[in-house]
Design a protein around this ligand. Structure first.
Ligand code: AMP
Ligand code: MN
Ligand code: MN
Ligand code: MN
Length: 276
């Protein structure tokens, strides 16, 4: 099967490498079809595309959009987008717009928990300050010695019920799918195994997503356990969704799976890249 890796991040959002360095790593690792999918931002696409062309790596422009659905954060990946399409760009800018105020609130909560200076500390890790996010706070908390690793931070801070969690309204499902389709792209539900929805809520998400013209779901991702590959392969077959595969690579020190090293898609699925 084609070694497709259609989900990863650069330092334009919360990854550690510049877009061209992510491209080089994908190429070195044997990726044959690669998408850069930074959170809420397409500012890395031009550099990624150029770097990929220079090393003869097939490239797909992507993005990972934060939305709020049934009160929880969900991520929708867009693949094959025209990153210069005006509606998409304006939509992503509106999603990014809430991040500064949210960052200030996260810092206030951390200060109350005895950790001062977190806003200034986190923003130093955000190469793109408009994309200040929890990963940058996590890196600051590691640097400050509060916890040894980023994943340890996320077990104790920045998540629901822990210090530094700020409920946030992102875009809507309808907006995200609409922006992606308006830019000629294909919408894909990112890492479905990460959401703590009830079965009924999850079914409702899938059906709303399909009604809006959403087409795909991630089956093999760095965020899933092998058991979840099978679970979401069944979901994809049952719902008639295209299947995607992506490492969700952020950096070698922080990601469980490296670019291009995922197992193949289970059988009986139509890959999201089948007609590209
Ligand atoms: P934000 O968009 O600011 O809410 O940040 C979300 C990002 O935090 C995700 O894209 C991940 O990179 C990171 N993240 C969330 N939960 C975890 C976790 N449990 N372990 C490591 N990183 C996480
Ligand atoms: Mn991330
Ligand atoms: Mn995600
Ligand atoms: Mn991601």
């Amino acid at each position: 099967m084609l070694n497709a890796d259609l989900h990863c991040h650069s330092n334009v959002s919360d990854g550690l490498l510049a877009p061209a360095d992510v491209a080089a790593r994908a190429k070195t690792n044997g990726v044959e079809l690669w998408a850069l999918t930074d959170h809420d931002e397409v500012g890395g696409i031009a550099a990624a595309r150029q770097a990929a062309a220079d090393m003869n790596l097939r490239f797909v422009a992507g993005v990972e959009i934060s939305i709020t659905w049934a009160g929880k954060t969900v991520h929708i990946v867009g693949l094959g987008i025209d990153e210069n399409e005006a509606g998409l760009r304006a939509g992503l800018a509106s999603v990014r717009g809430g991040r500064e105020a949210r960052g200030r609130e996260i810092a206030e909560q951390l200060a109350q928990a005895g950790i001062p200076g977190a806003y200034e500390g986190a923003i130093r890790f955000a190469d793109n300050p408009e994309m200040l996010g929890r990963t940058h706070f996590a890196r600051f908390l590691v640097e400050s010695g509060v916890r040894p690793t980023v994943s340890d931070v996320f077990a104790n801070y920045l998540v629901e019920g822990k210090p530094g969690f700020v409920p946030h309204r992102w875009g809507t499902l309808e907006q995200a799918v609409g922006w992606i389709r308006g830019a000629g792209g294909r919408a894909v539900i990112a890492h479905p195994g990460r959401y703590s929805f009830t079965d009924m809520q999850f079914d409702a998400l899938i059906s709303a997503f399909r009604d809006l013209g959403g087409e795909g779901i991630e089956v093999v991702t760095g965020s899933h356990t092998p058991d979840q590959y099978d679970t979401f392969a069944r979901v994809a077959r049952h719902a008639g969704l295209l299947a995607s595969r992506g490492s969700d690579f952020h950096g070698s020190a922080e990601s469980r799976l490296d670019l291009g090293t995922l197992p193949p898609l289970p059988t009986g699925l139509t890959p999201v890249w089948h007609d590209w």
